[in-house]
Design a protein around this ligand. Sequence first.
Ligand code: NAP
Ligand code: MG
Length: 502
Amino acid sequence: MNAPMFAADRLHGDVGHQVRLPTTRMLIGGDWEEAADGRSIDVEDPATGQIFASVPAGTAEDVDRAVKRARAAFESATWSRMRPLDRGRIIETIARKIEENAQELALLESYDNGKAVHHALAVDVPAAVDIFRYMAGWTSKIHGQVNPISGDGRQYHSYSVREPIGVVGQIVPWNYPLAMAAWKIASALAAGCTIVLKPSEVTPLTALRLAELALEAGLPEGVLNIVTGYGHEAGQALVEHPGIDKIAFTGSTRVGKQIVQTAARDLKRVTLELGGKSPSLIFADADLEKASLGAALAIFFNSGQVCLAASRLYVERSVFDRVVDGVAQAAKQFKLGHGRDPDTMLGPLVSRTQQGRVLDYIEQGRASGAELVTGGKAGEGTGYFVEPTIFANPSADASIVREEIFGPVLVATPFDDVEEVIRTANDTRYGLAANIWTRDLSRAHLTARKLQAGTVWINTHGMNDPSAPFGGVKESGWGREVGEEGVLHYTETKTVTALLAD
Ligand code: NAP
Ligand code: MG
């Protein structure tokens, strides 16, 4: 490593909120490097529009160097064949290092993404700690199996083992930059893979800090490489690179489809965690106060920039007005503000581009004739704020009903019976998540069976855990992240069959 950590001249921030920047270079092998052509990308605080750091704009050449270092690390087998318990100890040490640096990581995430520090501290950082801690245990639990083959009647011994898939390219988005990097890195490390990760160009900093912590924890050089850069350059180069065995991607369905097409050239393995248009279903017998607040949080938390955001609300007609009013009241109480203000509930959107995209959808919503219940415009101040917005009774084919907005915009529609609401809830190209609010146990579970979604929550929303596989059906993705399935997606199965006796 050739860079000082936390150099004193890298302090930045508002009065009272100085944030220490990580090394703002790419990690290739054990070296912190600039881009081959020297270009960089400015990193902006979305609450103020102020540029406070810059990172290299990695090129195809940089990706190539990173892949070669990851390949060399994989082939040296210092990681993949390290005693599983020793590998687990290093992964567990990364968890501890994240924990020890929680405050600083949360503040960095707030500057980079805009979210409230207290949310990053309550959600993002613990999610990162938990996944490393959970995955540390998997290193010694990736079992194979013995195959009871019938064969041709002679005696055989046949077994299958799970081997690490090799060098993996990981591309993560800007909404939960640290947590999403942690989900991907921890799972691949547990399986024994080596990694080239590309964070989003708008939120590269916590992935770099995480890489510093991983090296401090004893991760061998070359096992984890971070290439910062643009999606269409560094991201694309990673997907095209023949030295990559698997791509794990979280982001938009549009880019996910492009990745599949590119990966088809050499049949790279691909897992995808994509967008959603998840429904909240509220039945009249539910605890309506809890359901209203739950539905409000399910869409507005993280300012709606959540893949599993429940952006479509379906409420049984007899309680429709009451619930929509309850959700609107909650929305009005969510204070918009700077991520470093302890009273802030909703930070700005991540970028001017994202703010523009969301405001454009709101205009389309108005134009479609949907009834605006609350919100509907940019928030005050210089940051990229958007008010929590609710439309009622939209037409079923309006863009605000059909497309992922990835912002604080909810559409609310009444329903009359359970079969109807299941049909409407499933009438989407997405299938990431859903939630159901009712006190009727059998209806809850029967409805959960019929909803097309990777995750269904009952009387809650958004409870993710390292032990619970997460991912989508339909155009919300391929494969699952975390849990046992998440680790196994970083392995290939090899069957070995020996003839023992004629
Ligand atoms: P995006 O383009 O899909 O970005 C996600 C990641 O993919 C980023 O790291 C991005 O890098 C990278 N990327 C972009 N183009 C690529 C390419 N051709 N090849 C390889 N990697 C590429 O998403 P976005 O434009 O930031 O956001 C657009 C919409 O995507 C949002 O409004 C939302 O609907 C959806 N989205 C979903 C999730 C989710 O969690 N499912 C997360 C983010 C966004 P750069 O950021 O550096 O371009
Ligand atoms: Mg930023």
